[in-house]
Design a protein around this ligand. Structure first.
Ligand code: E4P
Length: 218
């Protein structure tokens, strides 16, 4: 399973990248706003900065336009920024048409705001590179988000769709484990959900004992 980091914070992206397990980055307009990145020029430069940190990794950049022509114009501008850019398109009727357009041009896409298997089926048929089911937001309204991941993985395997299932809206490490068990291709996570995977008290106790025995053995 690939690990993406779900942030526009450059320090966090660098920290995850230095761990050596990072495969890409996802952003969205809310994450850009959280970092205070606004205005076309600054937003575009920020995407380039992110690409330069995660060398070779896919970096999702979301369109703001909601009409087909607007999404196409904006997506083409984003894709031309850097070869690592993946154009992030919302799951709407015009969004599906835009996915089809970009897939026919060989431009990578990430279909965002997916909450049902039917939406995921449409994204795959339109040739999306990634589909992003939002599992945390489903959990928030008492639907098991990981069940949706398993359902989409199952459907895609039956028909051998090449669209990769990118589990998004991950809130904690257990989500990552359950998405891995469900067969997600990618998990996009906050930094703490990734670093919390490191933790186990028996590791700490075991290491302390090894070091104590080594120190006593002089
Ligand atoms: C990433 O592609 C999504 O935009 C993101 O995971 C949404 O996460 P949230 O539900 O925590 O806002």
């Amino acid at each position: 399973m690939k690990f993406f980091i779900d942030t526009a914070n450059l320090a966090q992206i660098k920290e995850a990248n230095e761990l050596g397990v990072l495969d890409g980055v996802t952003t969205n307009p809310s994450l850009m706003a959280k970092e205070g990145i606004h205005g076309d020029a600054k937003v575009l430069q920020h995407y380039i900065d992110i690409c330069n940190i995660v060398k070779g990794g896919d970096v999702s950049a979301e369109v703001i336009a909601t009409d087909l022509q607007g999404m196409i114009a904006e997506g083409e501008k984003l894709a031309a920024l850097h070869p690592q850019i993946v154009v992030k398109i919302p799951m709407t009727k015009d969004g599906v048409k835009a996915l089809k357009y970009f897939s026919s041009k060989g431009i990578k896409t990430n279909c965002t705001l997916v909450f049902s298997p039917g939406q995921a089926l449409l994204a795959a048929k339109a040739g999306a590179t990634y589909v992003s089911p939002f599992i945390g937001r489903l959990d928030d309204v008492t639907f098991d988000g990981v069940d949706l991941i398993a359902q989409i993985v199952h459907i895609y395997r039956i028909y051998n769709y090449q669209t990769q299932v990118l589990a998004a809206s991950i809130r904690h490490s257990m989500h990552i484990i359950r998405c891995a068990e469900a067969g997600a291709d990618v998990a996009t996570c906050p930094l703490n959900a990734i670093t919390d995977l490191l933790k186990h008290p028996l590791t700490d106790i075991g290491l302390a004992k090894f070091l104590a025995d080594h120190a006593a053995n002089k």
